[in-house]
Write a protein that binds this ligand. Structure first.
Ligand SMILES: Cc1cc2nc3c(=O)[nH]c(=O)nc-3n(C[C@H](O)[C@H](O)[C@H](O)COP(=O)(O)OP(=O)(O)OC[C@H]3O[C@@H](n4cnc5c(N)ncnc54)[C@H](O)[C@@H]3O)c2cc1C
Length: 449
């Protein structure tokens, strides 16, 4: 018999259902997909009970932690939507340099709790992203150029399976499930109720150098950036953004550069950031602020406010590439044309393929990450922005080596997010743990060869 659910259970048509469905997606563009039942779990027992309820009612299940999937992957028609944002416990063991944390915890909360103890974990760059979806899809976080995608620092996961069993998966127990939980993202077939994490010492120094360049020099800046990225030390994180900044009084998208160094000494940080002063168009910068002390919390706060206001409707898409600047140029020129108003923006983030990756589902990445985000106000304009993002990214497929699930647009552009071998293996592992396909999968997937 199905156990009683302590948390809230809302059925389609119930008072409060629609507000809860809308609130399940972080931005205003909630997709028109309607679960039959929404369960807000208040404990791991509730998760087990929700699995039982889904079986009893013959419903498929979708899971939500922070609802930051741009595409609203957790919202599916006629499913049971299990919301685990209420599972938020965190335990930090400073001596063992480890922590356990539940999926509803915000990355920023985890980061702050660790900072107070002189510890660090590579959490994401937005204040309101929960660790649940973030860690399952890989996670490019602060200092990920140094530590790798954040799922590399997950040492075990506690999972409620489709059979309603709570298991702990790590390198030696249920190792196939552990392998899948590091990279399957919205295609994961179980409910993670707790992550076990490896921690790092907090860096002593965090310095940021930031610049804003006028539209006229965007090509020169990006050409130069591409030419120095391979030499950037792993302790430096570089975010180049293109967006329209009406306050700068310029025509077309400006280039915003944020380079942050995470080091032990100020001298090391200054030395690592010095290269940005050698940019050939440096004297054309509209604004420059050098070697400013900061924290990841502050960088996260400012970035979230500026670029991701939740009152807007959003769509995102992305690609990995190792193309040189000349190859990228035609696609970038097309993206810049008719670029929508802020907060729409393009992100250009150099990546590294060190340290060596363990075997895990996450398997597609490259030297450079490019992502396009558009934001708008009215539902009537959805199609315009969907097409802008999808078609401009499609036009860059000639240099694309894959995509990342963090900013996936699989419903419109199903591209390779893990290697074909890993996709096959994910299918095999799902067949073991979820033979009846209780859990929904990705909104789209590429064909296998
Ligand atoms: C403003 C913004 C900034 C972002 N910044 C970054 C960034 O810096 N780095 C980065 O890597 N990503 C970033 N992302 C992408 C983000 O990490 C992913 O969208 C991630 O899925 C969000 O996690 P969530 O728990 O909030 O999402 P949700 O939408 O709740 O979850 C996404 C999917 O993951 C699965 N899932 C979630 N929780 C569980 C669970 N407990 N058990 C089983 N399956 C689960 C479900 O299939 C769900 O559909 C950002 C997204 C936004 C909107």
């Amino acid at each position: 018999m199905t156990r009683r659910i302590e948390g809230r259970v809302l059925r389609r048509g119930d008072r409060g259902y629609e507000a809860t469905r809308r609130a399940a997606t972080w931005h205003a563009g909630t997709p028109d997909r309607f679960p039959a039942v929404i369960v807000q779990a208040s404990s791991t027992d509730d998760v087990v009970a929700a699995v039982g309820l889904a079986h009893d009612e013959g419903l498929k299940m979708a899971v939500r932690s922070g609802g930051h999937s741009w595409a609203g992957s957790h919202l599916r028609d006629a499913t049971l939507l299990l919301d685990v944002s209420g599972l938020r416990e965190v335990f930090i063991d400073a001596e063992q340099m480890s922590a356990t944390a539940q999926p509803g915890l915000l990355g920023s909360e985890l980061g702050e709790a660790l900072r107070q103890r002189g510890l660090f974990f590579p959490v994401g760059h937005c204040r309101t992203v929960c660790i649940g979806g973030y860690l399952l899809q890989g996670g490019f976080g602060w200092r990920s150029r140094e530590f790798g995608p954040s799922c590399m620092s997950v040492t075990a996961v506690e999972v409620v399976t489709a059979g309603g069993e709570l298991v702990c998966a790590d390198q030696t127990h249920h190792s196939d499930l552990f392998w899948a939980a590091r990279g399957a993202g919205p295609g994961f077939f179980g409910v993670v109720t707790r992550f076990h994490l490896r921690l790092y010492p907090l860096q002593r120094v965090t310095l940021e150098s930031s610049y804003r360049y006028p539209p006229a020099v965007w090509e020169e800046y990006f050409r130069w950036s591409r030419s120095i990225e391979a030499e950037l030390p792993a302790q430096v994180e570089l975010w180049n953004l293109l967006y329209r900044d009406e306050t700068a009084g310029t025509d077309g998208p400006i280039v915003s550069v944020s380079a942050t160094a995470f080091t032990d000494t100020e001298a090391e940080a200054r030395e690592a950031l010095a290269i940005f002063e050698t940019c050939p168009v440096r004297q054309k910068a509209l604004v420059a602020a050098l070697n400013e002390p900061t924290t990841t919390s502050e960088l996260t706060r400012v970035g979230s406010l500026l670029h991701y206001p939740p009152a807007k409707r959003f769509i995102a898409d992305n690609m990995w590439t190792h193309a040189g600047f000349d190859e990228l140029l035609p696609g970038l020129r097309a993206i810049r044309q008719d670029f929508p108003p802020a907060p729409s923006h393009l992100v250009w983030m150099p990546w590294t393929l060190t340290p060596q990756r363990p075997s895990m589902a996450y398997s597609v990445e490259d030297e450079l990450y490019i992502a396009l985000y558009t934001a708008w106000d009215h539902k009537a304009d959805d199609e315009i922005y969907r097409r802008f993002v999808t078609e401009r990214m499609r036009a860059m497929e000639y240099v694309e080596t894959g995509i990342q699930l963090a900013d996936e647009n699989l419903i419109n552009r199903p591209r390779r997010f893990v290697t074909d071998d890993h996709l096959r293996r994910l299918d095999e592992i799902r067949a073991i743990y979820d033979p009846g396909e209780l859990f929904v999968s990705w909104l789209g997937r590429p064909d296998l060869d």
